[in-house]
Design a protein around this ligand. Structure first.
Ligand code: ATP
Ligand code: MG
Length: 272
């Protein structure tokens, strides 16, 4: 936080636009969106299928170019023009995706997967004991036992274990920003609540900025400080979770909410 108690800007976008194709085939997937994600804030981007959520995520991650507009990281123009600068940026931003199977190299044993995280942090030359301690700590953060995982391959884990291992990786990598594209879609309601709790814990303990990408407005209400509602490539509404959900202005938001009849009860986790 800054001296006046305001949270500092972590990632900001101005007029961010993505056009795919050219000429009469051009299609604007993301259309002049503005956003400002603060340090330690939990933000959700909510919209229906095809609204442009993954496209904006990929621009934020620097995986695809921005057609127009500008992205600022910590109030400076984000520069990923060279391989080295991209690598430096990726130290600060990490993503977890819908399908945990797609996130691992299946031929790497789990110790190698976690060891890679330490290398990416520039901690590759810790002593074997220190490495073991860091990996054990990361696994216990998500209630996994490292000793039971060593020598296993990712495909030997259950879906839920794999998802928790993904969060253990994030714990080791300690990025400033974590972008999660429907991270809980594969798991049942109970592990879903657990995974959300781990992500909230990462924010609390590491002051991470967590960006959820989801079409589940109930989930967004439950976890977020701030919500951006996306329709046809535009942010049609944004604000605190309370303002967006309890006092929606845009017709589109009202419709999304009406699709979830009991938004409050549904996310009362005390009943899970
Ligand atoms: N590489 C591409 N070339 C052309 N059009 C694309 C490309 N990638 C995405 N689009 C189009 O951009 C629009 C937004 O796609 P995007 O994947 O961002 O949607 P989404 O909000 O993530 O949807 P979902 O909830 O289904 O994941 C879609 O109409 C899609 O067809
Ligand atoms: Mg998507």
């Amino acid at each position: 936080m800054s001296s006046n108690g305001e949270r500092k800007s972590c990632l900001r976008g101005e007029g961010v636009t993505k056009v795919f194709g050219i000429g009469n085939k051009a299609f604007t997937a993301v259309d002049h969106v503005d956003f400002d994600f603060k340090e330690g804030e939990i933000v959700s981007i909510v919209g229906e299928s095809g609204s442009g959520k993954t496209t904006i995520s990929k621009m934020i991650l620097g995986l695809i170019s921005v057609t127009e507009g500008q992205i600022y990281y910590h109030d400076e123009i984000r520069d990923i023009s060279t391989g080295a600068k991209r690598k430096e940026y990726w130290r600060n931003i990490q993503a977890i995706f819908q399908d945990p199977f797609a996130s691992y190299n299946m031929f790497y044993k789990i110790d190698a997967v976690l060891d890679d995280c330490l290398k990416m942090r520039g901690e590759g030359n810790l002593s074997p004991q220190e490495k073991f301690d860091r990996m054990t700590e990361a696994c216990s953060f998500v209630n996994l036992k490292f000793a039971e995982l060593t020598n296993k391959y990712p495909f030997e884990l259950s879906g839920g274990q794999m998802q928790r291992l993904m969060i253990a990786r994030i714990f080791l990598l300690r990025p400033k920003i974590l972008l999660a594209d429907e991270p809980t879609s594969m798991v049942d309601a109970c592990s879903r609540a657990t995974i959300l709790d781990y992500l909230l814990k990462l924010r609390d303990e590491e002051n991470m900025t967590v960006v959820f990408v989801t079409h589940d407005i109930g989930l967004a209400y439950y976890v977020s400080d701030k919500i951006y509602i996306m329709e046809h490539g535009k942010f049609v509404e944004s604000g605190t979770a309370e303002d967006c959900i309890l006092r929606p202005q845009a017709e589109y938001t009202k419709r999304l909410i009406s699709d979830v009849p009991k938004i409050h009860e549904e996310w009362d986790l005390s009943t899970v």
